[in-house]
Design a protein around this ligand. Structure first.
Ligand code: ADP
Ligand code: MG
Length: 340
């Protein structure tokens, strides 16, 4: 009489162990490595560890490839080649560099020049790329500004060439390249049939499918003055979020904070009260470029731009009368600014 009972218990136990093992094997994988001058975390869920690992490796290899094309810190990069040669002759570049520049120009046009991929001479004048971080003289700023202007950046679709129409011009993809890199890593994961993943390339995040909990990916937006504090969470579903803040790269002179985001119209670090902008958009390239653009445009004009764009939302944090206020675009449930 006892035998069938023991048998069914044994079968039940075997089934449980099997389910546990197959769940463990399907948990996925995550990895953090340095990439494109920052840290990158890639998480893949809902598939076997081995295949997840393989896909993550491919995505990191893609980031290495994009970095070798676009980094200012790699002397053989195409961006450095453009900066050395493009005033003398049109320089032919790869599809990726050309596409990224085309996107950069698109956001320059959309933002009326607040985003400008040719702002590097000004960043250099302030010491943000080598040299000493300092407040330059107005002559130095004017001289640097005379070499800035995306309208003097000529992109020719025929032959994918880049030309500078003014001397001393130089480009820097710091405001868009990490978003572009994030999108290329996502494209590799999807090409390799990944269904659930999150790529976080230095705060430029894209997520699709679901997290290991089976629910949509959730990302915390960091408080601009307290590194470990999250002030808001957003769910991402085939979407990207990117944040530009005045806290990543800055210096303080006579009590004033000067950050690495430049207003191309003044040649100075932005000082319009905005201290952080997070943009949610359909691609990481768009979120990255727009977060920088909106930072420069300020609360009113920035919000206007965001609300004119399909599928784009933003949280703009402003410092007003010694307090921090998070302002939400339409599309969030929040009707009023939240005091942080
Ligand atoms: P982070 O690089 O910290 O993620 P952003 O995406 O806002 O922040 O990019 C800031 C970088 O963008 C700067 O370090 C610089 O390389 C570049 N940059 C600064 N000002 C501008 C601007 N007005 N337009 C385009 N790029 C800019
Ligand atoms: Mg950006």
């Amino acid at each position: 009489m006892k035998t069938p009972m023991i048998k069914s218990r044994a079968i039940f136990a075997i089934v449980c162990v099997f389910l546990m093992l197959s769940c463990a094997a399907r948990q996925g994988e995550s990895d953090i490595r340095s990439a494109m001058g920052t840290f990158c975390e890639i998480k893949v869920t809902g598939e076997r560890t081995e295949s997840a690992k393989r896909k993550i490796d491919s995505a990191f290899r893609e980031l290495e490839r994009v970095e070798s094309l676009m980094s200012l810190y790699c002397s053989s990069s195409e961006v450095n080649l453009i900066n050395r040669e493009s005033f003398r002759r049109p320089v032919a570049v790869s599809c990726d560099t050309f596409n990224c520049l085309r996107e950069a120009v698109k956001y320059s046009e959309l933002s009326g020049g607040a985003f400008d991929v040719t702002v590097l001479p000004v960043l250099r004048a302030w010491g943000f790329f080598g040299g000493l971080l300092n407040k330059p003289s107005s002559e130095t700023i004017n001289e640097a500004c005379s070499a800035v202007g995306y309208l003097s950046l000529e992109l020719s679709e025929r032959g994918s060439t880049v030309r500078f129409l003014k001397p001393n011009m130089a480009i820097d993809l710091g405001g868009i390249g990490k978003g572009y890199g994030c999108d290329t890593a996502v494209a590799v994961l999807q090409k390799e049939t990944c269904l659930n993943a999150l790529v976080n390339l230095g705060g430029n995040i894209y997520a699709f499918g679901h997290s290991s909990s089976g629910r949509p990916w959730k990302v915390g937006l960091r408080h601009p003055r307290f590194k470990d504090k999250v002030f808001y969470s957003v769910a991402l579903n085939n979407q990207a979020v990117s944040t530009s803040g005045d806290y990543e790269n800055y210096f303080i002179d006579e009590g004033r904070r000067y950050s690495h985001i430049i207003d191309p119209r003044t040649g100075c670090p932005v000082s319009n009260g905005v201290i952080s902008v997070s943009v949610i958009a359909p691609t990481a390239t768009e979120a990255d470029a727009l977060s920088t653009a909106v930072f420069v445009l300020g609360l009113e004009k920035g919000m206007e731009l965001v609300e004119s764009m399909e599928g784009v939302k933003a949280v703009i944090i402003e410092e007003r009368d010694g307090s921090l206020w998070a302002n939400f675009s339409r599309g969030f449930g929040e009707k009023r600014p939240i005091k942080l």
